[in-house]
Design a protein around this ligand. Structure first.
Ligand SMILES: NC(=O)c1ccc[n+]([C@@H]2O[C@H](COP(=O)([O-])OP(=O)(O)OC[C@H]3O[C@@H](n4cnc5c(N)ncnc54)[C@H](OP(=O)(O)O)[C@@H]3O)[C@@H](O)[C@H]2O)c1
Length: 383
């Protein structure tokens, strides 16, 4: 794992509080990776495991912006620390899996198997979207979906899982690139591509976002009332003000409920934004592979085959791992929340219909008045 923001740095380095951002970033560059927490008590009916969480002290913008070799060296150093601690497999969390060809370069330099966790992340994100659609009474075969960051490792496989279940799927990328066109070809006739994300968002009721952007990419207020948006990205893709729209349901993708009595034991103020029995799907995939003694580099590289998603879903089912229900900004989404979103969306749709019909009524009346004025002018001239 790694800190997602400067605020998070203060949870393991209190001295960073109040210091200029540049100084904190420099300090992080100098810090070596360290064991930040122990994961204990995860147990299925078949077996139990424990593990360690290692912090790579770099922010998302540093992982993407600093010299790639420097960043890779630091992640490899974290992997070597894991090896020294006697683990059997290494999972890469958040942006540590984005660099080095989605984990491939890191795996090449370590003796242990490495996984990005992206197969289980993709599976659980689509499951969360489907669960939300059911609760919001949205018929998938009549719905248009958009995947933002569709050329990414998670985005591409999510699009493939979702496509056969919806009416149309729009693949949104930063540009119409060959990988985006190849994905459309692979999916088939109900797929479209776009580089205009905000225009695509205006047409869809189902949105899944999994970009590696450092800040929010979904800031538009032009979402359809009743839209469901699954944000898989860490840091988040969805701006807070979109999240607070009362007629839109925003859910976190890739949050898993662990079986047993899970505990995160730490000397720091680690806050994953969820209780200890929940975790991100990338960590859950690493735990699952350990429980199944499947010590292999399971999810690596930009392309995640659908077959891997099915395999990890089966392993998860066997060990009693399940979706953490619906959550947003660290809070459970309740039935009352869903009712509120549906009710507000209904009101908003009615209001927009009335506005449009009164607009068109006004336009018709204005045209009629114009014609009448012309006729009156003509008859005065002829008289
Ligand atoms: N919830 C979980 O358990 C979990 C687990 C793993 C990862 N994650 C998060 O999931 C996200 C995606 O991970 P990944 O491994 O799939 O990353 P990835 O393979 O690097 O893909 C990211 C994609 O986002 C696109 N992108 C970047 N900025 C964009 C923008 N402004 N607008 C539209 N698209 C944009 C990139 O396009 P280009 O190709 O043009 O650069 C790329 O296709 C990351 O935030 C990661 O931290 C979450």
């Amino acid at each position: 794992m790694h800190p997602l923001s400067l605020d998070e740095v203060c949870t393991f380095e209190p001295n960073a509080a109040g210091k200029p951002d540049q100084l904190v970033e420099k300090m992080l560059e100098w810090m070596p990776p360290f064991v930040i927490a122990h994961r204990q008590g995860v147990a299925s009916s078949l077996t139990g495991v424990e593990g360690i969480m290692i912090c790579v002290p770099l922010l998302p913008q540093q992982i993407l912006g600093l010299n790639t070799d420097f960043v890779l060296d630091k992640i490899v150093e974290a992997g070597e620390l894991a090896e020294k601690n006697g683990v059997d497999i290494i999972g890469l969390g958040a942006f540590t899996s984005v660099v080095g060809n989605r984990g491939k370069k890191i795996a090449e330099r370590l003796s242990l198997p490495v996984t990005t966790g992206n197969s289980y992340t993709a599976f659980s994100a689509v499951e969360a979207l489907k669960m939300s659609a059911k609760k919001m009474k949205l018929e998938l075969p009549e719905t248009t979906a958009v995947v933002v960051g569709a050329t990414g490792s998670i985005g591409a496989v999510c699009a493939q899982i979702l496509a056969p279940q919806v009416k149309k799927i729009i693949l949104a990328g930063r540009q119409i690139s060959p990988p985006l066109l190849r994905l459309k070809e692979l999916i088939g006739p109900n797929a479209e591509v776009t580089e205009d994300t905000s225009a695509a968002l205006d047409q869809a009721k189902l949105i899944l976002s999994a970009t590696n952007a450092i800040g929010p990419v979904i800031e538009t207020a032009k979402l359809l009332p009743g839209t469901i948006m699954c944000d898989v990205a860490r840091p988040r893709d969805v701006a807070t003000r979109v999240s607070s729209r009362r007629d839109v349901l925003v859910i976190e993708g890739g949050v898993i409920k662990l079986p047993g009595q899970p505990e995160l034991v730490t000397d720091y103020r680690v806050d994953l934004g969820m209780p200890d029995f929940l975790t991100f799907a990338c960590e859950a995939e690493t735990i699952l592979l350990t429980m199944d003694e499947r010590f292999e580099s399971f999810s690596l590289g930009r392309t995640i085959p659908l077959e891997k998603v099915n395999i990890i879903a089966e392993i998860a089912d066997r060990h009693g791992f399940e979706l953490a229900g619906l959550r947003n900004f660290g809070e459970d989404i309740t039935r009352a929340d869903i009712r509120r979103v549906r009710r507000t969306a209904r009101f908003r749709r009615i209001r927009e219909k009335l506005k449009n019909s009164s607009k068109s009524g006004w336009a018709k009346a204005k045209a009629k008045a114009g014609k009448a004025k012309d006729r009156a002018g003509k008859s005065r001239r002829s008289a």
